[in-house]
Design a protein around this ligand. Structure first.
Ligand code: 13P
Length: 332
């Protein structure tokens, strides 16, 4: 394992004013997004859409890396250039989602899952690196409600994140460690804070047990928001304060950067939250974005399968706004 390479890659992923575009929707998930805009989920349409994102002029100014789905890693742009090469030529680091999805957790609480994909991962990582991937992503899902989370779910998912992270580093790939506490319940932000603290504590314990180099990872957590169905919603200042408190308590300063998921937050709110945290500042790690929906929803709507230029403009706008938020310089 080349520790310097891992550290350099991790630092480049959170370079000032830049963040990650999560464009790694599986074929099933992108279908849900395409259904909303009346686009058929075919391989040519997925290729055309990812081409739109990656050929958006100037998006690289605000985007340090892109998380790809496996199909896209081995696909070419409409002009015939392999996507990882196209991204690298713009100074954007290609990454790859490597988990095989969340499956029901045996004997867990209702809705609890365990993320699978460790079998054969060592071999897949070699193939992905050859194709140009320099970082990877694995997402663990933690549910709140109906007695969840259980210790079973917390421990099993944290352990898998540790196994994944160690395998990535062995292959010279920076792992994005993503323990996501879902925001679709009716819980308060306070409960989210407790649960996020628990999963982060357990995750860093597992990273330690499994000899993962903290300087060579990026953490991708949720923010501490209220569940969507909670009648009282925490405001921007409260979300920023709670999120920073949890991160300060749980994330060692050896970690170079934290890149948040958006998790279903409205686009502008995801930007406002990131900006508020960076305005507070004086933090031991870089704080940036690794948004999927909050970077792409507007672009998908504007594109609608036809209007490429409008799609690119919408993508660039959100990338630019989030780039400013990563510096604490966004202004509504
Ligand atoms: P969202 O920002 O849409 O939550 O997606 C980020 C991601 O990569 C989830 O794994």
């Amino acid at each position: 394992m080349n520790q310097n390479t891992l550290q350099e890659t991790a630092q480049a992923m959170v370079a000032p004013g830049r963040g990650l575009l999560a464009a790694d929707e599986s074929t099933g998930t992108i279908k849900k997004r395409f259904d909303k805009i009346g686009v058929e989920n075919t391989e040519p349409n997925r290729q055309a859409y990812r081409d739109l994102l990656f050929t958006t002029p100037d998006f690289e100014k605000h985007t340090s890396g892109v998380i790809l789905f496996e199909e896209t890693l081995f696909q070419s742009s409409l002009a015939g250039q392999p996507f990882p090469k196209l991204l690298a030529s713009k100074g954007v680091i290609p990454g790859i989602k490597v988990d095989a999805g969340a499956k029901p957790l045996p004997f867990g609480k209702p809705e609890e899952t365990i993320t699978e994909g460790l079998d054969g991962l060592r071999e897949r990582l070699v193939k992905y690196r050859e194709a140009g991937a320099r970082f990877a992503k694995w997402r663990a899902l933690i549910t709140i409600g109906n007695g969840a989370p259980s210790y079973n779910a917390i421990q099993s998912n944290a352990h898998a994140l540790g196994r994944y992270a160690a395998l990535c580093q062995e292959a010279g790939i920076v792992p994005i460690v993503e323990p996501e506490v879902l925001m679709d319940g009716d819980n308060t932000a306070e409960v989210n804070e407790e649960v996020t603290t628990w999963i982060l504590k357990e995750t860093f314990q597992q990273l330690y047990f499994q000899n993962v180099l903290l300087e060579g990872i990026i953490l991708k957590p949720n923010m501490i928001v209220s569940g969507i169905k909670c009648p009282t919603q925490a405001g921007v200042a409260e979300v920023a304060e709670r999120t920073l408190r949890v991160l300060r308590r749980c994330v060692p300063s050896a970690v170079p950067g934290i890149a948040f998921l958006s998790g279903g937050q409205a686009d502008e709110l995801a930007t406002a939250h990131l900006d508020a945290m960076n305005k507070i500042g004086n933090l031991p790690w870089k704080l940036t974005f690794s948004y999927g929906r909050a970077l792409q929803a507007a672009a998908q709507k504007a594109w609608g399968g036809k209007n490429v230029e409008a799609g690119k403009a919408a993508h660039l706008h959100r990338a630019r706004m989030n780039g400013l938020a990563a510096l604490g310089k966004w202004d509504k």
